[in-house]
Design a binder for this molecule. Sequence first.
Ligand code: PMP
Length: 368
Amino acid sequence: MFSVAEIFMENIEKKISRLIRPEIRALKAYHVPDASGLVKLDAMENPYSWPEDVRREWMEALQGVALNRYPDPDARRLRERLRTALDVPVGMELILGNGSDELIQTILMAVSNPNAVVLAPTPTFVMYEMIATFTGMKFVGVPLQPDFSLDMPAMLKAIETHKPAVIFLAYPNNPTGNLFSREDVARVIEASPGLVVLDEAYHAFAGRSFMDRLGKHDNLLVMRTLSKQGLAGLRLGILAGPAPWLAEFNKVRLPYNIGSLTQASAEFALTHLALLDEQARQIRRDREPLFQALTRLRGVRAWPSQTNFILFRVEDREADQVFEGLRTRGVLIKNLNSSGGMLKGCLRVTVGTPSENDAFLKALEATL
Ligand code: PMP
């Protein structure tokens, strides 16, 4: 005898296998571990909040928001402020997303067709492949060289073979932390028949950009986010590029995708750019001693980073055990070991406050 609850569940299972696409069933949802009570160095967040007076000013700005009304669907004022803050070249347009994740999805929904290919060097940000899968596209990953630079002969060959609709280049790259050579990136843009999206999520820590190349290549788009600059909770991603491309993406973007509180908060934050920049500079300064300390540890190989995180490999111990050892000692970082390939044995730590970085290093020494 089956219980009513068992029959209910079985019926759902049958319907899922009939209705949900096989490639979706095969996916695993993006996993975000519970960080309660832990030093949180897993997600490239900025560890700093704002001083009390700035927080108070922010609260006052929010009081003026009419929550009973829909937000400005085009976020006009915010886009104007962003255009200045990000040095978007004259004549180029901007659209906004609920995080840059949403912009990746918007772009791929607009170009999706069963034969279209999304290409990226790998390892890279996992959402390019996941979103390509959701949107029914094929993902082609071209392995990076062992030093994490672009394998240019392989990239050019893959571009010729697959004629990708979109290439994503994270500049600097996550999780490897390096910037690709500017000449290599320019060659990829020139060789590509489709769009090339320069994902500059970590721009605040690298200082290099292709923003000034917008308008020089008809297939180039530049993406940014406020997430790594102390505003991860807002969810605001920015895509800059030529107006005709963005007009097409704007048709796929859901109306009102950027809420009023996000618009008002981001507008406010942009009046405190010096504060955001100083926090990024502090993180960049603290990255150096953290990197040096990691390279001094026996059995640890760390890679130089142009971002707010450091990739490292543990050579004498199982990465999974090191990850768990850190967690037991109260520190959460990211375990990349299961990604395999070049990331076997690798872990990624976000640069936190000096005391968080010390706590991480102590926990790591105790674990190794
Ligand atoms: N691009 C890259 C390269 C990233 O590493 C991340 C976040 N980990 C994102 C985009 C997504 O950022 P957002 O918070 O704006 O969705």
